[in-house]
Design a protein around this ligand. Structure first.
Ligand code: HEM
Length: 292
């Protein structure tokens, strides 16, 4: 059975539209070797010249701390084409939307729950069989822009539910099915085509290198993903800045399946040595060719 592994983030946009811009964004934030801080003038100059790189942070800042990993939307961010039975391609951007709805906490509520509540909550809910997401595709209109991860589709686009993702077990970062996971976003099942978003091919090599390092060096519990914040952030801040990540696989053949996937935080709360890379999930329905 062929499967795809996809990484998603809890924001409708990424912080850069091209690999060049992503690299320049990171470079603009590099700490000065003496002060060990980023140069505010350089950061401002970059932000002023590329205001779209701030959209993701603004989105996170506008959101409450999620009440649960299972109560937050997760976006694929990139555009993909879905080919239907007649061979017609519909482009769009997908969102995993919690079946039970989106819920947030106030900062005080989040603090009261302790540093690991999201991880504990996920395990409990998965055990109770309560974690499920609708796999929804927002349909782009012909000519609509799907090649830029900093630009979401305009509000009000038709949304089609392609399947349901059920998280059925959780694994630790360091072993089991999690160790071999990668999120090359160009590896997709038959019937799903990449858009011309330049970030898509640019992600392949770094993820391959990262997978190779993980396999040879082991999982690094304290390393963040591409959207990482430094230590010292508490869960609330961490979630507000970078949100969580959920990954999944879906089958090419369309059979319901159970397999390794990914559901974790792109950030590591300082007070928790724990980081969940992986949750097992199964698809209730999700089978190309897609019917519109
Ligand atoms: C040129 C742009 C990008 C580069 C170079 C890049 C690079 C990376 C690398 C090296 C990792 C670590 C992979 C691993 O643990 O094996 C990673 C993780 C990840 N990236 Fe990216 N990335 C990019 C863009 C994106 C975008 C647009 C998304 C949005 C869906 C995304 C979502 C993720 C997720 C969800 C993870 C996993 C985090 C975790 O393990 O907790 N990345 N990225």
């Amino acid at each position: 059975m062929r499967a795809a592994q996809v990484g998603n983030i809890s924001a409708p946009v990424f912080a850069a539209s091209s690999p060049q811009q992503f690299f320049a964004l990171l470079a603009s934030r590099q700490p000065d070797p003496v002060t060990r801080k980023a140069d505010p003038a350089r950061v401002k100059a970059f932000n002023d010249a590329h205001p779209e790189v701030l959209l993701q942070g603004k989105y996170f800042a506008s959101q409450p701390v999620p009440a649960s990993f299972s109560s937050v939307n997760c976006w694929g961010v990139h555009g993909y084409g879905f080919v239907n039975a007649r061979g017609a391609t519909q482009f769009g951007k997908w969102i995993f939307e919690p079946v039970g709805g989106v819920y947030g906490l106030t900062d005080d509520e989040a603090k009261a729950r302790g540093p690991s509540f999201l991880f504990d909550d996920l395990r409990r809910r998965v055990q109770d069989g309560k974690v499920a997401f609708n796999f929804n595709l927002e349909l782009a209109r012909p000519g609509g822009r799907v090649d830029n991860a900093t630009i979401p589709l305009p509000e009000g686009r038709r949304k089609v539910t392609l399947g349901t993702l059920k998280v059925t077990s959780v694994s630790e970062d360091a072993g089991g099915p999690c160790l071999g996971i990668t999120y090359d976003p160009t590896v997709m099942p038959r019937g799903v085509l990449p858009s011309s978003d330049p970030l898509l091919p640019a992600r392949s090599a770094p993820y391959a290198i990262s997978l190779g390092r993980r396999l040879t060096e082991g999982a690094k519990q304290q390393s963040g993903g591409c959207a990482s914040a430094g230590r010292g952030a508490d869960v609330a801040a961490a979630m507000a800045i970078a949100g969580n990540a959920i990954g999944c696989r879906w089958t090419q053949a369309g059979a319901t399946r159970d397999g390794g996937g990914h559901h974790g935080s792109a950030l590591v709360p300082s007070s928790s040595s724990e980081r969940l890379r992986c949750a097992r999930e199964s698809w209730a329905t999700c089978s190309p060719p897609w019917a519109w």
